[in-house]
Design a binder for this molecule. Sequence first.
Ligand SMILES: [Zn+2]
Length: 240
Amino acid sequence: MDKLALLYEYQQADMQLEAYERQLKNTPTRKQLIKLQNYLKKQQAVLREMENRTLVEQNALMEIDAQYDKMMELLNKNHKDISQYEEMSLDEMDYNVVKALVHEYETTYDNIIKQKKRAIAVQTKAEETAARLKTILTHVSQAQREFNELKKQHEEELRAGSEELDRLRKAAAAAAAKVDPALLARYNRIKQNRSMPVTLLKDGRCMGCNMELPSRDLAKLKKSDAIVECENCGRILYLK
Ligand SMILES: [Zn+2]
């Protein structure tokens, strides 16, 4: 067998191996696995974001609580101040002082109401966040279960295919061993950019790109065992 026939044979073994590897990598199970993996990755980011939000909301609630306590203290103090005046006789009372005290009391009371409303708003938001978080966690754990199940199935697929894969690998290696090493290196270089680096020549045309071969190249190919590459696509031309 000449050099090119051996290379052509190797290419067939190489393509069979690659096709089988592709087949193992493109099962519906594996596609679904990749989809789930991407989903889980995205959800991880969502969960992190929501955990941060929960922290911010908890801090806001704590701060509102602290302010609320201070205001209640102030309200009690206002109340006491006013009470003192209740025991006084009318003569002793200073109208303006009483008026200011009542005004302060009312202002504090209004602030407390406002603070209460804020607390309810933040609390509601925090509850919404918690509910969303719960929903997401349910979905995530379901996706994780599904992922583990599919992973097992895919491992089973790979195990089932391993024998055939091994056979194809050995066949490709055996075919490669017969090819001239320099030619094999050339093949691998072309393969980086082109599928099927060796292509048949039919009716003077490269079957890789359908370009007609110049007559001098055709003559060269017919006469000697020279390696001729297609001018257009760079594939090694093989005349059977
Ligand atoms: Zn070509």
